[in-house]
Design a protein around this ligand. Structure first.
Ligand code: 2NE
Length: 351
C-alpha cells in the first residue's frame, strides 16, 4: 500500500513531511514506459496532492531502472553521429545512476486506437494527465535522470521546472515508432525556439556577417531543429531544464523515515541523499518559502496564453478565489442570504 492507502501497481506515491510529495513512475523493466493503468494511478496521485492543503510542491520522477540491466552511465554522455551513446565505462565512484525518467507510451500495449491494458479498447489518457499537471495550482518539478523520451519527454515539459542529472537524455522518439505528440510537447519546442530568438533580439545592431552567425547560432540551439536526442547541458541551454546536477549518484540506502527526518534538520542528513534529490529538495524549499497564493496565480498566468480559454478560466478562477476573500465579495453573498439589496456603494472604484 502507498501513502494514500491505495494499492498502486505502477507508481510510488510518497507523501513527505513539510509540504513535499514524490510521485514516481515505477515500471523499471520498461524504462518507466506508461500504460493506461500507470496514467490512471498518476492522475489519482496528482489529484490527491492537489487536494492536500499541506502539500506545496510535487516532485515527479521515475524509478531507478539500473537493476534492470543496461550499461553503466558515466557523467559524460558521448555523442556519436548525433545520437547519445551512454559511456560504458563505469563511473569512478562505482555508483550506478538511474536510467530513465520515462520512455513514453508502452509500445507493447499499443493498438489501433491507443494504448490498451485491462480494457478491450485503447486510450491516450496521458493527454489528460498533461492537462492535469498544467492546471494543478501547485508547482510540479520533474526530477529527471536518464532517458526522458517520447511521451516521457512531453511529461517533463509540462512540469513547471525540470531538475536534471547530467546523465539525462532527452528526445522526441515518437515519429520513429510511428507516433506523434503534437500538443504540449510541440508547444514548448516552439516556446524555446522563440526564447532563443528573443535572446538575440538585438539582431538589427549586428553586421551582416554577425547576423549570419547569429542565425546559425539560433538554429543550432533552437529546438525547432532538434530531431535527435540531446543531453542535459544542451537542454539547459535551450531553457528546457532549470539546472543540471553534476553527478547522479544513487540514493543512499535510507529508509523513508530517515529521508523525512532529513527534511526537518536543515539538511543535517541531506548530504546523504543523491545529489539530484538534494538539488530538487533545495528548489522545493526555496519555492515553499514564497507565498503559495502568489505561486498559484503566477503558474496560471504563465500558462494562460498558451492554454487559451482553459488557461484563462484557470486564471479567472484564481481571481474568483481571491475575490471571495474580500469584504466586497462577501457583501453580495451576505445581502442575498439576508434578503436585502447589496450595498456596494461603500467600496472604492479603484483607478
Ligand atoms: C528509452 C530507450 C532509449 C532506452 O534504451 P536502453 O538501451 O537503455 O534500454 P532498452 O533495452 O531499449 O529497453 C529496456 C527494456 O525496456 C523496454 C524495451 O523493450 C526493453 O525490454 P526488454 O527487451 O528488456 O524486454 N522499453 C523501453 N521503452 C519502452 C517503451 N516505450 N515501450 C515498451 N517497452 C519499452 C529505448 O528503450 C527506447 O527508445 N524506447 C522507446 C521510446 C519510445 O519510442 N517511446 C514511445 C514514443 S510514442 C509516445 O510516447 C506517445 C505518443 O507519441 C503520443 C501519445 C502517447 C505516447
Amino acid at each position: 500500500c502507498d501513502d494514500l492507502g491505495i494499492q498502486f501497481t505502477d507508481i510510488i506515491y510518497e507523501n513527505l513531511w513539510f509540504t513535499l510529495n514524490f510521485i514516481t513512475i515505477s515500471r523499471p523493466e520498461r524504462r518507466n514506459a506508461f500504460r493506461p493503468q500507470t496514467v490512471k494511478e498518476l492522475m489519482r496521485a496528482f489529484n490527491d496532492a492537489r487536494d492536500d492543503s499541506t502539500i506545496g510542491v510535487i516532485i515527479f520522477t521515475g524509478k531507478d531502472t539500473t537493476e534492470y540491466g543496461g550499461p553503466l552511465l558515466n557523467t559524460e554522455v558521448q555523442h556519436s553521429v548525433g545520437v547519445i551513446q551512454p559511456n560504458t565505462k563505469s563511473v569512478s565512484d562505482g555508483c550506478r545512476v538511474p536510467q530513465a525518467f520515462c520512455s513514453g507510451g508502452d509500445q507493447a500495449l499499443r493498438g489501433k486506437d491507443g494504448y490498451a491494458d485491462y480494457d478491450n479498447f485503447g486510450r491516450l489518457n496521458v493527454l489528460d494527465l498533461q492537462v492535469q499537471i498544467r492546471r494543478l495550482p501547485k508547482p510540479v518539478i520533474a526530477m529527471v535522470a536518464g532517458y526522458a523520451v517520447g511521451g516521457g519527454h512531453v511529461l517533463h515539459m509540462v512540469c513547471d521546472l525540470t531538475i536534471a542529472a547530467d546523465n539525462a537524455v532527452f528526445g522526441q522518439t515518437c515519429p520513429k515508432v510511428g507516433s506523434l505528440d503534437a500538443g504540449y510537447g510541440r508547444l514548448w519546442f516552439v516556446r524555446c525556439g522563440v526564447w532563443n530568438n528573443v535572446a538575440h533580439v538585438d539582431d538589427h545592431k549586428l553586421s551582416k556577417a554577425d547576423k549570419g552567425e547569429n542565425i546559425k547560432r539560433n538554429s543550432k540551439h533552437s529546438p525547432y531543429k532538434k530531431a535527435r536526442f540531446y543531453d542535459a547541458s544542451e537542454a539547459e541551454k535551450m531553457g528546457l531544464v532549470n539546472t543540471v546536477v553534476p553527478k547522479a549518484l544513487k540514493r543512499a540506502p535510507y529508509t523513508l523515515l530517515q529521508w523525512k527526518l532529513s527534511l526537518t534538520g536543515d539538511f543535517l542528513f541531506v548530504k546523504q541523499l543523491a545529489k539530484l534529490e538534494q538539488e530538487t529538495v533545495k528548489w522545493c524549499r526555496e519555492i515553499m518559502r514564497n507565498s503559495p497564493t502568489a505561486i498559484r496565480v503566477i503558474k496560471s498566468a504563465l500558462n494562460a496564453v498558451d492554454d487559451g480559454h482553459a488557461g484563462l478560466q484557470e486564471l479567472a478562477g484564481d481571481a474568483t478565489l481571491l475575490f471571495y476573500g474580500t469584504e466586497e465579495g462577501n457583501e453580495g453573498k451576505t445581502a442575498y442570504i439576508q434578503q436585502r439589496p447589496p450595498n456596494f456603494a461603500k467600496f472604492p472604484r479603484r483607478p
